[in-house]
Structures are given as structure tokens and as C-alpha cells.
Design a binder for this molecule. Structure first.
Ligand code: GH3
Ligand code: MG
Ligand code: MG
Ligand code: MG
Length: 308
């Protein structure tokens, strides 16, 4: 099939595409009972282009975290009602915040108390007054690393697409918006993939999977989440596309992909089947079930087709 150099080109093209995702501004949650202190930190971070939200009441932190999903928490140590250490501990107990950087910013100079605070789930300890560049570089490093890690967690290593868990998460996010825009869930399964592996070898099978991933990434809009749902199965969330529009899009992709693979390698005939369903206000699992049923129909009707 492809030469090693071509394979490398495909991979780096995919990496380029992922890299091209514009860097979202850093969102920082500042927790401090002192309004003046919080405003001071916010000004420094805002000047560097970061978006800040201030919470003065520590009891509001969990609500703020759930609502604005910040990249990092800048936390005061001593606050009335609840101190920063207790708060960090509670935040860390939530699975979705395991990778959320927490930086203490406090007047506390006692080394042991600082270390104790870190042990409760903090990632860094800055003492007031902190130099602006010290604050900025600490925040920047932590957020970038957390984002890199999040990317690793969410993506499939062979293709760079969202993994099974995270394509469903992307679907759920789209359903949650519930703003009247049609959302269609698409499932794709390569036809007789076992034969491709058997006839051409497993590495060629892998390349076909990577090529389909790249093809989908290049063909669909950036706003359409694409995932590797399983071995040779893919899933796409088409936003702003109803059932008919989605069918037309996928029908075109189906034809183009087979042509593209065949043009690159005359010996290789690869087709896929596709099932899709538009969201009708039902649950995520019902929607996925309907798309899965449609895929099953496409297979039963002879494969290499799109079914609703
Ligand atoms: P159908 O048209 O009914 O979908 O037939 P199929 O052969 O594609 O379906 P089946 O689901 O039975 O087989 C899928 C095969 O895909 C089985 C497995 O060995 C292979 N496979 C799964 N993941 C990978 C992978 O990462 N790389 C390669 N090369 N093969 C894989
Ligand atoms: Mg305080
Ligand atoms: Mg399959
Ligand atoms: Mg298959």
C-alpha cells in the first residue's frame, strides 16, 4: 500500500491539523476572600490575555467550577468558613478535576504549612506578594501541561481522533446545548475489514484506519467532533445538520473515500457502511442506539451504503 514516507506524511498531516486548533484563552478561577487581592491577580492575568473569574466566597467554588470549567484555580489559603486546603481536597476528590491545576497564592510563609497544603492537592505554592512574571509563568506552564495531558487522555493513539469515551462526551455536550440546532450522530464501520487484514496484513489494516481518520478530519468541519468508536468503527457528531443533510454529506464521503484509497493502491478496495440518526430530544443512549440500528441496516442491505 503506502511507502513509509507517505505514511509519515499522513501522520504529520494529522498532527498539523490537531496543532492548528487555535489556542483557547486560558481561563483562571481566582478564589480569595479579599476582593482587592483577587482584583490584583486578575489584572495581572488579564493583561497577559487570560480570562479570569473571581469567587470571594469559598462555598461558591464548586458551583463556579461546574459552570465555567476553568483551566486552573488560583487559591487563597485562609478564608472565612473554609480554607484553601480543605477546598483543594474536595476538588481533587472529583474525578473530572483530577487534572485541574490548583495553585495556592497566600501570605503563609511557614514552609511546613505550605507543604501540608500541597499534600492536599495543590500543585504549586506562591507567596504574596508575588512578582507578576512569576505568577504568569507558573500559571502558563501548568495550564499548557494540563491541556497536553487532557489531549492525551481524550485521544486515540493510533489516529489522534477522540476516543470512545470522549466522542460520547462531545455528543453529550452538543445535546446539552439544546438550542434548536439539529444534531445528527453518525456511525461508520469499515466493510469486511477482517478480509483486508487477512489479505494485506495487519499493518496495512492499521494504515487504512489512519487514512480514514485523516480523511474524515480533512473532510468535515472543524466544529464536528470525530472519534474512533472502536477498532474499525468511527463516530461523528454533525452539528447543524439534519438527517437529510447528514445523509448527503456522508454519502459523498463514502464515495470519495473508496476512490481515494483505490487511486493510491489499485489492489485495495475499501468501503464503509454508515448509519445515522438525528437527535429528537431523546436520551444519548437512545440516539446512539438508533444510529447503531441504522448501521446494522446498512450492513444487512449489502454494505457500502448510508442508512437512516
Ligand atoms: P463487517 O463488514 O460486518 O463490518 O465485517 P468486518 O470484518 O469489518 O467486521 P468485524 O467487526 O467482524 O471485524 C473487524 C475486524 O477489525 C476484527 C479486528 O481484527 C480488526 N481490527 C480491529 N481493530 C483493529 C486495528 O486497530 N488494526 C487492525 N489492523 N485491525 C483491527
Ligand atoms: Mg484570605
Ligand atoms: Mg465492526
Ligand atoms: Mg467492519
Amino acid at each position: 500500500i503506502y511507502q513509509q514516507s507517505e505514511i509519515q506524511a499522513v501522520i504529520s498531516q494529522l498532527e498539523d491539523l490537531l496543532d492548528r486548533t487555535p489556542l483557547q484563552p486560558f481561563r483562571i478561577l481566582i478564589v480569595d476572600d479579599s476582593k482587592a487581592q483577587a482584583m490584583h491577580s486578575a489584572r495581572v492575568l488579564n493583561k497577559a490575555g487570560m480570562v479570569t473569574e473571581i469567587v470571594n466566597d469559598p462555598l461558591q467554588v464548586l458551583t463556579a467550577l461546574a459552570e465555567s470549567t476553568p483551566d486552573l484555580v488560583l487559591m487563597d489559603m485562609y478564608m472565612p468558613g473554609c480554607n484553601g486546603m480543605e477546598l483543594a481536597k474536595v476538588i481533587r476528590q472529583q474525578r473530572e478535576h483530577l487534572n485541574l491545576p490548583i495553585i495556592y497564592l497566600s501570605g503563609e510563609e511557614d514552609r511546613q504549612r505550605q507543604l501540608d497544603a500541597m499534600a492536599e492537592g495543590g500543585d504549586d505554592f506562591l507567596t504574596k506578594p508575588v512578582e507578576a512574571r512569576h505568577l504568569l509563568s507558573t500559571v502558563k506552564t501548568r495550564v499548557l501541561r494540563a491541556r497536553q495531558l487532557q489531549n492525551l487522555i481524550a485521544r486515540d493513539s493510533l489516529t489522534g481522533l477522540l476516543n470512545h469515551t470522549h466522542i460520547l462526551e462531545a455528543l453529550q455536550e452538543n445535546l446539552n446545548r439544546n438550542d434548536g440546532t439539529p444534531v445528527t450522530f453518525v456511525m461508520i464501520d469499515i466493510d469486511h475489514f477482517k478480509n483486508i487484514n487477512d489479505q494485506h496484513g495487519h499493518p496495512v489494516g492499521d494504515e487504512v484506519i489512519k487514512n480514514l481518520a485523516l480523511f474524515l478530519t480533512q473532510s468535515l468541519r472543524k466544529s464536528d467532533p470525530i472519534g474512533r468508536y472502536g477498532g474499525e468503527e468511527f463516530a461523528v457528531v454533525l452539528r447543524d445538520a439534519n438527517q437529510d443533510q447528514a445523509t448527503m454529506v456522508m454519502e459523498q464521503l463514502r464515495q470519495n473515500f473508496t476512490k481515494l484509497i483505490h487511486a493510491n493502491n489499485r489492489e485495495l478496495q475499501v468501503t464503509f457502511s454508515c448509519g445515522l440518526a438525528q437527535w429528537q430530544g431523546d436520551s444519548l443512549s437512545d440516539l446512539v442506539e438508533r444510529a447503531d440500528q441504522a448501521l446494522y441496516q446498512a450492513k444487512r442491505a449489502g454494505r457500502n451504503q448510508v442508512c437512516v
